[in-house]
Design a protein around this ligand. Structure first.
Ligand SMILES: Cc1ncc(COP(=O)(O)O)c(C=O)c1O
Length: 452
């Protein structure tokens, strides 16, 4: 472990000490791949937080950082510990967050989600994105009495999804979100029940549909992640679902609220049979929602989908408070404006420093992504993260904007990025990227961790 004094004269060792203990106790170190310190800055990332508020995070040494990463993987679009959402949740806790009877908030939330998505009439709730997707696929299989699921993109850790990697060494590889996901522990007998295609690849979807005619239960995709879907792609998913009798499921776990108030599919005039929400709609509190047409959702009654903590009160309370506030303040526009500013800052700083950078995604400003044109891009990216950490920022060039990224915060960010890029450019030109790194290069995807 490296325990060092950063340029700001502070120790960043306490979180790393705890993380070393964690790796002996918790396989993989954390509960979510995207929160592994190795994904950002191995041996140096603060790893744990004591407090979080707005765009600010304080680590275990009480060091303050401004968070310009994914802000908890896109789960807090209003910013951390939003006052209005927290007040609603604290009230819910005071009134009893659990009871033998059901909480009325779940009915109110079902009504609100169906109002925002007029094609949907019914709703089930869970607490995480992965389990909500598993529910959606179960309902689709129950409805169609078929097994095969055509899928593109990332949809969580469940057996139905990872089964795709049994059929093909790396079906969930390039073009999917997490190459190399290992399906260990997923029954081999599920091979062939989930087949992967790439986003926008209409021909591949047609091929799956004809190969599995009569067996296709569902087509699962995100309507949009970074790039806008190519014209005709979403329409084709609808058409193929209609022709084959499959259920069309749009995964809005990450995309919802980033471009418009509700699912991003609302912008494209294509209606799915089911849409799935989680993460952002609870602003940091666990809630997942599966909405759909009454015709399809009624199939939930022909199978068993039931769990104790899907009935607690905090999730739906947080979602109601989040969705209402987000509508009131024009949240989607604010995320878009902040993201556009981040992308402009990176472009201008790259130009000023003479660094070749590629900046995405213009079609989805709320997901900003920075890449360095260099023979060792991941090493440069890791060094960028190190330089920004020294300057008080959590920043690995992957930014999900939030409403807490105010113009004032972004003005300061602009100055700091310019300074870090200038230093990075000097180091790159001197060919000293690896020499300047105080730890290993960051991991890029799924990698087995060994305790150290
Ligand atoms: C599109 C999509 N679906 C599903 C999931 C899984 O959600 P969770 O991590 O809450 O299980 C994610 C998580 O990143 C996601 O981006």
């Amino acid at each position: 472990m490296l325990s060092h004094k950063s340029d700001r004269g502070i120790s960043v060792g306490t979180g790393q000490d705890l993380y070393r203990r964690a790796k002996r106790l918790i396989p993989g170190g954390t509960q979510l791949l995207s929160k592994r310190p190795e994904m950002f800055l191995p041996d140096q990332w603060p790893a744990y937080y004591r407090r979080a508020k707005g765009a600010s995070v304080w680590d275990l040494d009480d060091i303050h950082y401004t968070d310009m990463t994914t802000s908890a993987v896109g789960s807090c679009p209003l910013g951390f510990a939003d006052d209005d959402v927290n007040t609603a949740v604290v009230d819910a806790i005071g009134a009893g967050s659990m009871s033998t009877l059901n909480c009325p908030e779940e009915v109110e939330l079902a009504e609100l989600l169906c109002e925002l998505h007029p094609w949907a009439q019914m709703c089930r709730f869970a607490r995480t994105g992965g389990e909500s997707m598993a529910i959606a696929v179960r309902i689709a299989r129950a409805r169609t009495k078929r097994s095969v699921v055509a899928v593109c993109g990332y949809h969580g850790w469940s057996d139905w999804y990872l089964a795709a990697n049994h059929a093909d060494a790396d079906a969930l590889g390039e073009g999917m979100l997490l190459p190399g996901l290992d399906p260990g522990g997923v029954p081999r007998e599920l091979a062939g029940t989930t087949v992967a295609f790439k986003h926008n690849d209409i021909d591949a979807l047609h091929a799956i549909a004809s190969q599995h005619a009569g067996a296709l239960a569902a087509i699962v995709c995100e309507p949009q992640r970074g790039e806008r879907p190519t014209p005709g792609f979403l329409e084709a998913t609808r058409e193929i679902a209609d022709q084959t009798g499959a259920v069309l499921i749009f995964d809005e776990v990450s995309a919802a609220l980033r471009l418009t108030h509700g699912g991003v599919h609302l912008l494209y005039d294509v209606e799915p049979d089911i849409a799935v929400f989680a993460k952002a709609i609870g602003n940091g509190f666990p809630i997942g929602a599966v909405i759909g047409t009454a015709d399809v959702m009624e199939a939930a009654q022909t199978t068993f989908i039931s769990s104790t903590y899907w009935t607690e009160r905090i999730g739906p309370t947080a979602a109601l408070a989040t969705l209402r506030k987000f509508a009131r303040i024009g949240g989607a526009e604010r995320l878009t404006d902040a993201g556009r500013r981040v992308q402009a800052i990176w472009r201008a700083a790259g130009e000023a420093a003479g660094l070749q950078v590629r900046v995405g995604h213009p079609d989805m400003p709320a997901f900003s992504h920075l890449e360095f044109d260099h023979p060792a891009p991941q090493a440069v990216r890791t060094l960028y993260c190190q330089l920004m950490l020294e300057r008080g920022y959590l920043d690995n060039g992957n930014c999900y904007s939030t409403c807490a990224h105010t113009p004032e915060i972004l003005s300061h960010y602009e100055e700091v990025v310019s300074d870090a890029f200038a230093r990075l450019s000097e180091i790159v030109r001197a060919g000293r990227v690896i020499d300047e790194l105080r730890g290993p290069v960051a991991h890029t995807g799924f990698a087995r961790l060994t305790p150290s």
